[in-house]
Design a protein around this ligand. Structure first.
Ligand code: C2E
Ligand code: MG
Ligand code: MG
Ligand code: MG
Length: 283
């Protein structure tokens, strides 16, 4: 209908109104109050070295502790945050919270080589204020990115080819923040992206890991990814490792790090130090 009237603008408004169903408005409302009430919290999944099984860091993962009791996973709300622009405010809190947490863990004595990976939406990279915001948070906390082993993970869920986003990544690396491509092997133009892309680490997507045990093609592809990454000087993390056979395969082919339910679920912050200590006792 809108098209018949020839106005792109009319069409836009109709789409917009359709999108704002009662459910969606209610959800946005509930997210707003959740943000105000501190219901968005970070959990932390342990990351392990494959060669000698040490825990060497964590990845932060956002959770919505929606009152009164359910925990909502990011797949149910991140898109909404991206579409409404609220991702910028949430993303800032996530970075601040992660940096504060890492700083306090450093004080309670974990290894200087420890790293903390924070997930960043590609939408955040398009924000011209993003870089300054990160610099400000580091300054406010009197830490450097290197001191706390800060890494940012970016997914290829949308193409990240924009000039500004790439510049931001370059600058972030100059600050000492390591950049990982998350869910590598899915999404947009994985391999061509690596040409001239400012990146340190590839995270092999869970979908490949899941197929290791019964699909020889998946094993071949993972081997090829490892070989390619090594020759480009990139480090490699396998995500979603659930079975010992997977871990052994990844170790044999020279993948660097892994995370997965096999050895560690995402934990609330107050359980991380104890978990870390328990891994030291085991080794
Ligand atoms: P991701 O960054 O690739 O995170 C890995 C996801 O796999 C996490 O799901 C984690 O809980 C899950 N996982 C870890 N080990 C295993 C395993 O052994 N088996 C299985 N089946 N799953 C495993 P989660 O926390 O639901 O996060 C989903 C996605 O949401 C993340 O994928 C990331 O893209 C996004 N996300 C999470 N936290 C944030 C955040 O703080 N900011 C942004 N922008 N996105 C986030
Ligand atoms: Mg991630
Ligand atoms: Mg991933
Ligand atoms: Mg993912």
């Amino acid at each position: 209908k809108a098209k018949n009237r020839g106005g792109g603008r009319v069409e836009y408004f109709e789409l917009f109104r359709e999108d704002l169903s009662a459910d969606r408005i209610a959800l946005i409302e509930s997210v707003r109050s959740g943000l105000e009430n501190g219901e968005f919290v970070l959990f932390y999944q342990p990351v392990f070295l494959l060669s000698d099984t040490r825990m060497v860091g964590v990845e932060s993962l956002i959770r919505w502790r929606r009152q009164p009791f359910d925990i909502v996973l990011p797949c149910d709300f991140i898109t909404l945050f991206e579409e409404t622009g609220m991702i910028h405010a949430l993303g800032e809190r996530i970075i601040r919270e992660g940096i504060l947490q890492a700083k306090s863990w450093k004080k309670s004595g974990w290894d200087s080589s420890f790293r903390i990976a924070i997930n960043i939406s590609p939408v955040q990279l398009l924000n011209p204020d993003f870089l300054d915001m990160v610099v400000r948070i580091l300054d406010e906390n009197s830490v450097s990115a290197g001191e706390i082993g800060l890494e940012f993970e970016v997914t290829e869920s949308r193409p990240i080819q924009s000039e500004n986003a790439l510049n931001t990544l370059v600058r972030l690396r100059e600050l000492g923040i390591r950049i990982s491509i998350d869910d590598f092997g899915t999404g947009y133009s994985s391999i061509s992206l690596l040409r001239g892309f400012p990146v340190d680490t590839l995270k092999i997507d869970q979908s490949f890991i899941r197929d290791i045990r019964h699909d020889r093609n998946a094993r071949s592809m993972i081997r090829a990814i490892v070989t390619m990454a090594k020759s480009l000087g990139l480090s490699l993390v396998a995500e979603g490792v659930e079975f010992e056979e997977e871990r052994i395969f990844l170790q044999e082919i020279g993948c660097d790090l892994f995370q997965g339910f096999l050895w560690g679920h995402p934990l609330p912050p107050e359980e991380v130090i104890e978990f870390y200590r328990s891994t030291l006792e085991k080794s």
